[in-house]
Every structure is written in C-alpha cells, then in structure tokens.
Design a protein around this ligand. Structure first.
Ligand code: ADP
Ligand code: F6P
Length: 458
C-alpha cells in the first residue's frame, strides 16, 4: 500500500486536552493505516528561517513541521493567504490587497516548504496538498523531480473568472496547478468556475473531468467534505456534553434557542445575521422574552485588520440590539467570543430549535452538518442555511435563504420556529441521511482513490 503524505498550512495534532477536529480525525486514521506523514507549518516563529524539520509522533501518526520567520508569517499567511486569496476566493475583491511583497512571500514560503518536503517523498507515496495557502506546491515539487501522484483539495470557493482576473499574475498561479494530477472542489459551482477560467483565460480544452492546457493535463472533480459523523455522535454522549446540556437547560428555562457557531470572519455574514435577528424582533413582538440567539464566534486571524473591524462592528451591533430590546430579565443575544470543545458544541447545537448558518460565501460550512448530526431525531431543530454556502448543494431540505436579505432570513427563522413536528422530522431525516452517508471518511477515501487511480501523463 502506498504511503499518504498530507500537506497543509497547519498540521493538526491532538491538543493537550485530547480534542481535535473532524478533519484531523479522518486524516489521522488514513495516515495511521498507511504509515503516512503530515507536513506543514509548526505555527511557531523563529528569528531566521533555518529549514530544519521537527518530527513529532502522536497516536501512531507522524508529523513533520517547519518554523517560519516573522516576515514569512506576515507576507505569506497574514498577507497573500489571508489578505489576498481568502477575500478574493470569497468574492470580496473590494477588500483584497494586492501587495507585491505578499506575492513574493507566498512563493518564498511555498519554496521553503517544498525544499524539505521533496527530500522526504519516496517513489510510491501519494501526496495530498490542502487549501489556498499552498496552490503552487505541486509545480515546485515537480521542479525537484518529483513524479508521484499529487492531488490538491481546495476547501474554499473558487471565484468566477471575472473576479479572479483582478489578481495580478493570476495566470501564473493557475498554470502552476497543472503540476497536480487531481484538483478537488467542494461543489459543482466552484468546479465550473475553474473550468471556465481554464478555457477562457488559458485556452484550455476540456474532455470529461480532464482539462488540458499547453499539453499539461489535470483531472478536476467535485468531492464535498463531510464531518466525522460517528465521532460527533459519540461526543454527544460524554460527561462534558451532558454537563453543558444541563447548564443550557437551567439557563434557558422557557426560552427557545437559536444558535450560530462560526469563526469570527467577514465571510460568515455575522453582521447581516444580527441585523436579520433584529428584523425578527421588530416583526414579531410576541417573540420578545421567548427567544434567544446564542452566537458563538471565537476571534480568528486577528493580525488582519478586516478581522478586527468585523469584531468591532459585531461588538457594536450586539450591544445596540441588546440595548434596544433587552428587559431586566431577558437578553435577546448571547454573544460569546470563545471556542468550545466538540463535546460541548454537540450540546449547544442540540439545545437549539434553529441552527442559523448564513455565510455570505463559504466553501462548504461544516457547522451546518454538525448542527444536523447533533439533533434529537424525535424532536429535531430546523437548519436555516445560506444558499451561498457550499453545504447548500447537498442540504436542499434546509430552509435555504439569501443572507443579504434580512427580512427573508427573519421570515425563515419565524417559519423554523413555527414548523410542525412532522415537517421538522421529515426534513431532518433526509438531511441526516446525507450527513451520515457522505461523512469525512467517505470524502477522504473518495479523494485519495481519485488521486491514486488517475492516470498521469508525465
Ligand atoms: P471554516 O473552515 O471556515 O472555519 P467550517 O464551518 O467549515 O468553517 O468549519 C468550522 C469548524 O470549526 C467546525 O468543525 C466547527 O465546529 C469549528 N468551530 C467553529 N466555531 C467554533 C467554536 N466557537 N468553538 C469550537 N469549534 C468551533
Ligand atoms: O477552511 C478554511 C481554513 O482556512 C482552513 O484551511 C483553516 O485551517 C481554517 O480555515 C482556519 O483558519 P486558520 O488556519 O487561518 O486559523
């Protein structure tokens, strides 16, 4: 069996308290089985980059990490990845920054990763690169003579051509992807945009899944990521989950809960969500003192100014709406800037009659799937989901909304709150079947198989 090498900006090993995300659980199972390796940034900074690799082993999985210097982190991670590509890939060209130093930092760090990585690769290894931080990795590995199968999975959207062309040197970035054998997207919409770009900007030809540009060919596919369904259900049966469930029961009393759980990111539509909730309170005064929105939003990427602005705006909005509607014994929004452990999240989701997942643009959105997985099948809650989340392609039985339209979102919340049990159950059952079947293991096996079975022409 070939060894799997997974490469991502962050290497996700279990934290000291033993918790880890669904992606890490799934990849670690595969890495353990294949004696594989997870390679990426350590998350640490050193004064001067020295290229040395630290190996760690945890729970049978080996990881190899490198430290970066402060200029790398600023130009590559805070710069090109999170000030240029992230907004651009989420259709926000109005806030994308195109500094030359970001582009050169991105290339430098990708080269710095490729240098030690290529030395570790053995001829039979399968290589899987993840996300927008590392788009040029395959072409850099090819320059080092690596002939192995290499796949790339993009966890974010791929933007329409007319937006992507605003990126200086966009052609160079996309051409570099032809070093991959397989490129995977979350939805057909992102795949279509990629194919459109290749045809119209690079003069490529398309034959089934295959795209050829100047004699180089790759296979571009849809392969939507899922959650670790079984692990999630198990987490909901732990002491930690039961403790938080009890705390919520006591604190909610007769209140009906609506929940939002997101990284604090402008792509998640958090300001629009709070405004929608304000519309709900204005439109339906009978909901006063009977509903509460619990919005959990841990700060993310705080070095980037746009993220600080969102945080300030949310503080202001939550304060204003609470100030306007609160009573001495009722606060409509509980706004919480911290993360919760997976076990606790299961209890939060389950306590909520409505799951509010309204990103303005999202590659997938796993919170939508987690909300469904956590529901009580006998009395399930209702998912209100943005039509602009990748998850909407698979979750058509949610109440799909336009997150830019606050009245529409408010109406959908009201519909969810009033939905009869039979309809809630029917929608839930279809959604749950999908989330259970197309889980993270299904995704990983499907994608790795595609990398391994795709014929290369190198
Ligand atoms: P993104 O990858 O953009 O952050 P997703 O919704 O796809 O968005 O994935 C987010 C993941 O992070 C989910 O697994 C979710 O449970 C987790 N997460 C989000 N907010 C929190 C939080 N407040 N506490 C703990 N985990 C969180
Ligand atoms: O899902 C998109 C993504 O950028 C992942 O690649 C990343 O691990 C996650 O969001 C959190 O972002 P960050 O690693 O910048 O904190």
């Amino acid at each position: 069996m070939s060894r799997l090498i997974v490469v991502s900006n962050r290497v996700s090993m279990p934290s000291p308290d033993g918790s880890q995300g669904g992606l890490a659980v799934a990849l670690q199972a595969a890495l353990r089985e294949s004696g594989g390796l997870w390679f990426g940034w350590s998350g640490r900074e050193v004064e001067e980059f020295n290229g040395s690799v630290s190996f760690e082993e945890s729970d049978g999985v080996r990881s190899a990490v490198v430290d970066l210097e402060p200029q790398d982190v600023e130009e590559y991670y805070n710069g090109f990845a999170n000030r240029t590509l992230w907004p651009l890939f989420h259709y926000r060209i109005d806030i994308a920054k195109y500094n030359r130093s970001f582009g050169s930092g991105y290339e430098r760090v990708n080269k710095r990763f490729a240098e030690p990585l290529h030395v570790m690769i053995e001829p039979e290894d399968t290589i899987w690169i993840n996300d927008y931080h590392l788009i040029p990795m395959a072409s850099l590995l090819r320059e080092h003579g690596i002939k192995n199968k290499i796949g790339f999975f993009l966890h974010t959207p791929w933007p329409p051509t007319r937006l992507l062309v605003s990126l200086p040197h966009h052609e160079r970035l996309v051409r570099s992807m032809f070093g991959y054998d397989v490129v995977g997207f979350q939805t057909g919409e992102w795949l279509e945009s990629f194919r459109h770009y290749c045809e119209n900007e690079l003069g490529g030809t398309i034959d089934g899944d295959y795209i050829t540009v100047d004699g180089q060919r790759l296979r571009a596919v849809v392969c939507p990521i899922g959650i670790d369904f079984k692990n999630f259900i198990d987490s909901s049966e732990t002491d930690l989950a039961h403790q938080l469930a009890e705390r919520m029961r006591v604190s909610l009393r007769q209140l009906t809960m609506i929940v939002g759980v997101d990284r604090l990111d402008y792509s998640k539509g958090l300001q629009e969500r709070l405004v929608s909730f304000e519309h709900l309170l204005n439109a339906y005064p009978d909901l006063h003192r009977s509903v509460v929105l619990v919005q959990v939003a841990p700060p993310s990427r705080g070095e980037v100014e746009q993220y600080r602005h969102v945080r300030e705006e949310l503080n202001e909005l939550a304060g204003r709406i609470n100030g306007m509607f609160a009573e001495v014994d009722w606060t409509p929004i509980r706004y919480v800037n911290r993360g919760y452990r997976r076990e606790e999240l299961t209890a939060l989701y389950r306590a909520a009659r409505v799951g509010l997942v309204t990103p303005l643009r999202d590659g997938m959105n796993l919170v939508a799937k987690e909300y469904i997985a956590a529901q009580d099948p006998e009395d399930p809650g209702v998912l209100v989901l943005s039509r602009f989340a990748g998850a909407a392609a698979q979750m058509q039985d949610a109440l799909l909304v336009n997150p830019y339209a606050p009245e529409e979102v408010a109406e959908a919340i009201q519909t969810a709150l009033k939905m009869p049990l039979a309809e809630r159950k029917a929608r839930f059952q279809t959604l749950r079947e999908g989330v259970e079947k197309e889980d993270v293991h299904w995704w990983r096996e499907k994608f790795v198989n595609m990398i391994e079975e795709t014929e290369t022409i190198r």
